[in-house]
Design a protein around this ligand. Structure first.
Ligand SMILES: C[S@@+](CC[C@H](N)C(=O)[O-])C[C@H]1O[C@@H](n2cnc3c(N)ncnc32)[C@H](O)[C@@H]1O
Ligand SMILES: [Zn+2]
Length: 592
């Protein structure tokens, strides 16, 4: 593995390299980056980069296996085996693999991500580290040299879109394309879905969470073609809006997506999807998308798919299916629980967010010896454990604190509620996107019934029963049956919780946020002054609310602390699943 050239460089991540250049150095993974002004670096995204390395490492293994299987079918063999990679000796990171991945990092900034991919992902043929900014490309060139990865990384000075459109011919496509823009990635999707190989991988970040989480539905519709809803499940809804946007962009070209892993973290979302070509599979697309009705009173939601698949077996083809459209609407004009009207959001991707086979293989990567050097490994393992426990066929979720809040009920413990659902024969899981999430195949009516039973034991104060409020309508009804609230179900406490894994991120670093073109997110004194005073009122409010809700009594906190070089000690910040949408108030995200 290459080591930095300059012997004067120290490893503390903040020292200058030479008096003449006065550059800061940042060490992350096996890369060392010479920082220059006006080039973007966000230390908080280390988790994003570490996770991407695990995903690419896993994908590289799968890609080699699939390539070998294809060669066996075609009766051809690889010329590369003698030089790098056989079954007994898999390809090594840092060494060019002729039959390996061609990766495009379309928006590269310092080149850090590309350099880490070059040094930490095995089976790489070539990485194009591209940026539109001249100073960024100069920084990439400097860093590629400094890290001695010239053989693997080609710096490129181009508009990402132009570069991708110039690479749409089948023999010029990339095996993987990484899009990590400021804010929304949608303008790059059209080029990306056309310039990635069949079966290739897209790694896409979106940081415009305020838009995706429903603050400005009209802006979300303009960017993503979907209406977001203000819901506790906004982080998962954001993932599903992005996935649906990639899918509809791909299907225009006879291609479709297979999500491998979809993550909501900190102030952004990140999806890893494979793109395949197939006209027939594209026809199933409408059945993987749904509109979402959400009650404006009790927030109950109902999904209505855009298309349905019906079995239509014939003698010649017993597996044949028919494509149809459902009749609806799936809700009445008034909510059956509280009599309020509905909002209509979507369309969203309503098929699974992750691929279970890929997750299994990814877990092997994360548990491997090589992964031990990743600084955010603990958090990756914890997140992955929750992701693997998520119910794959249940889109969105409710949040326990919100349900109790709507009914003004004393909080019921998560384990009690989960037990009641399991005793009644339903499935339940958390979502990695929210600490208090309840993902269940039980209808919302069952959740209200369980809370009605809880209300019998812990009655709501009589003065809360006002006319027209959801709690009055919901608690006026008797539960259809009794639910077991006394006995802990053996599966109520999932392994990720029992083992106290780092499941949810809570205490981020100072200046936590996506960053903008205008700031260099390296050290405190380089932050825009305005951001230093942001969010104070909101944080105080959240802390007060947290104390009132007593959520902490029910859910263990075992959260990761994200630190960044040169920043002050972590400050307590609003938990993202306590109502915050994961972005600092007042932060503006400029157009890329
Ligand atoms: C968020 S930064 C990328 C961070 C980087 N991927 C990392 O992990 O550190 C976004 C970068 O995109 C570049 N950029 C913006 N629009 C672009 C475009 N149309 N084509 C290429 N690069 C662009 C900016 O100059 C900036 O360096
Ligand atoms: Zn309702």
């Amino acid at each position: 593995m290459a080591t930095p050239k300059d012997p004067t460089i120290t490893m503390d991540g903040t020292r200058t390299t030479s008096a003449s250049e006065m550059l800061q150095t940042i060490r992350e993974g096996s890369a060392e980056i010479l920082m220059s002004d006006h080039v973007f670096y966000n230390p908080v995204q280390e988790f994003n980069r570490d996770l991407s390395i695990c995903v690419l490492t896993t994908f590289s293994r799968i890609y080699q296996r699939e390539k070998k299987a294809q060669q066996n079918r075609n009766g051809t063999t690889s010329t590369d085996e003698e030089t790098n990679g056989t079954e007994d000796q898999p390809p090594k990171p840092g060494i060019k693999h002729e039959n390996g991945l061609r990766i495009l990092e379309a928006l590269s900034a310092t080149g850090l991500r590309s350099i880490r991919y070059a040094k930490e992902v095995p089976g790489v043929k070539e990485i194009i580290a591209n940026d539109l900014s001249k100073s960024a490309v100069e920084s990439i060139e400097k860093n590629v040299k400094h890290n001695e990865v010239e053989e693997l990384i080609k710096p490129s000075f181009n508009d990402a879109m132009t570069l991708m459109y110039m690479s749409t011919k089948p023999d010029q496509r990339f095996t993987a394309i990484d899009l990590d823009p400021y804010g929304h990635p949608t303008r790059f999707l059209d080029g990306a879905v056309q310039s990635v190989e069949d079966g290739g991988l897209l790694l896409i970040t979106a940081t415009d969470m305020a838009v995706l989480a429903g603050n400005t539905p009209e802006a979300c519709y303009v960017k993503y073609g979907s209406i977001p809803l203000k819901t506790k499940a906004c982080h998962e809804m954001a993932l599903r809006i992005l996935l649906r946007c990639i899918e509809t962009t791909a299907t225009r070209y006879g291609r479709y997506i297979q999500p491998l892993l979809s993550i909501s973290a900190d102030f952004y979302i990140r999806v890893f999807v494979r793109i395949y070509t197939g006209q027939y599979a594209c026809k199933k697309s409408s059945s993987k998308q749904s509109m979402v009705y959400q009650c404006t009173g009790c927030e109950s939601f109902t999904l209505q798919p855009l298309g349905v698949l019906k079995p239509n077996p014939t003698e010649a083809n017993p597996q044949q299916i028919k494509f149809g459209i459902p009749t609806g609407p799936f809700v009445s004009s008034r909510c059956e629980h509280c009599n309020h009207q509905h909002h209509l959001g979507g369309p969203i991707w309503s098929a699974p967010l992750h691929d279970p086979d890929f997750l299994e293989e990814l877990s092997r990567t994360v548990e491997s010896e090589d992964a031990k050097r990743l600084m955010t490994l603990k958090r990756i393992s914890g997140t992955l454990a929750v992701v693997r426990e998520e119910l794959p066929d249940v889109p969105l979720y409710y949040a326990l604190d919100r349900l109790c809040g709507i009914l003004k009920l004393e909080s019921i413990s998560m384990l009690k509620l989960r037990s009641a659902l399991l005793h009644a024969g339903f499935r339940v899981s958390y979502s990695h996107a929210c600490r208090t999430s309840i993902k269940t195949d039980a209808p919302i009516g069952v959740l209200w019934d369980i809370l009605r039973c809880w209300h019998r034991i812990h009655p709501v104060k009589p003065d809360r029963f006002l006319e027209g409020v959801p709690l009055t309508a919901i608690l006026a009804k008797q539960p259809a049956r009794d639910y077991n609230l006394g006995e802990l179900h053996p599966d109520a406490n999932p392994p990720s919780r029992k083992e106290s894994l780092t499941r949810f991120q809570e205490n981020p670093a100072a200046h936590w946020g996506p960053g903008t073109k205008a700031m260099l997110m390296v050290s405190e004194n380089r932050m825009l002054k305005s951001t230093q005073n942001q969010n104070k009122r909101k944080q105080r409010r959240a802390l007060r609310k947290e104390q009132q809700d007593g959520i902490g009594d029910h859910e263990p906190t075992n959260d990761v602390k994200v630190t960044s070089p040169g920043t002050s000690p972590e400050r307590k910040i609003l938990k993202k699943d306590e109502g915050d949408i994961g972005i600092e108030e007042g932060t503006t995200i400029p157009e890329a």
